[in-house]
Ligand binder design. Sequence first.
Ligand code: SAH
Ligand code: SF4
Length: 380
Amino acid sequence: MPAPPAEPVPDSVAAPSLIGLDEPALRAAVIAAGASEAEAGLRARQLLHWLYVRGAGDFAAMTTLPAGLRAGLAARFSVARPEIVAEQRAADGTWKWLLRFADGQEVESVFIPEEDRGALCVSTQVGCTLTCSFCHTGTMPLVRNLGAGEILAQMLVARDRLDEWPGGRGRHLFTNVVVMGMGEPLFNYDNTVAALRLAMREDGLNLSRRRITLSTSGVVPRIDDLGRDLPVGLAVSLHAVRDELRDELVPINRKWPIATLLDACRRYPVRRRITFEYVMLRGVNDGDADARELVRLLRGLPAKVNLIPFNPWPGAPYACATPARIRAFAAIVEAAGYASPVRTPRGRDILAACGQLKTASERRQRHTRAGASRPASAAA
Ligand code: SAH
Ligand code: SF4
């Protein structure tokens, strides 16, 4: 069943945003702004083009729309981006943006450039309701879900800052989206799906399904929904091969244990292999026996295993497995026929690596923003 049209993100101060609205909702918006029923379809498509092909950040730029309609839209709606509170670049070229939405809530998104491609890691929630013991975001309580427009706006900000709209001087490296930032995307299902649908439109951001990967800690019923609604690449945060340990590392396991989770993976439409993420924690889950059990569990599944060196954060109760241990673990998994790349940590020096994201929406004390090119304006 298609996701219902996204509602504008409610906000008492700012005008409702048009970012994130699907075509029927944009039609309603142009009619509210004075367009006739007859022209509404055309105007909605023009709006989509300006927003997602051209990257217009205000109505004045939308020169194919009649001036009266632009004024009508500007009086009622907004297409503004979230505020970039801080922008950092790591030594390895990774970018991190701290974004603040109209209600003051903040999330981080991270862009990871590679030679000829690049992935934007987007957040779907402010904080997370889950409390995975190795994850920094998990130490934040959930503040709220992001709206579809707020998820999509992270992509628009990346295009802006990388100068990758048509005519821009960027190298068009923003090719992939990984839904692996703050939050559990399958607990914000409708908004995440609505944002990805818009991101995939050919007459929009045109990111192909093959270049989108969503990571979940294992919300089993929603994995089935995703397989039916929008089967993008699936990554599953496995991290442990015994329920007793996974209960501790990924507490959602108490609700949907390993066998139930892997059954859902087996039902997921196989367009490409499922990625199993496995964080390497010294002396916790990194033994040869764990690797052998992993291989046994995955038997028959088209899978690859992404070994993630644990990224430390202040106060974390774990250490990263040793490089030799990670190599030995990978060798066992590979010998069984599964690719098991070790994920190179990116942006660790600016706390932009996996599991290091955490914003001041909860913290009182912000981390120092050394290297931020824009100072925090109204920082609390
Ligand atoms: N909530 C989703 C997506 C965001 S987390 C999920 O859990 O899958 C993205 C990935 O980073 C997950 O695989 C998560 O387990 C991993 N991760 C979290 N904290 C980490 C840390 N400190 N070091 C390495 N990986 C971490
Ligand atoms: Fe939430 Fe994912 Fe972190 Fe777990 S690993 S606390 S699900 S963001």
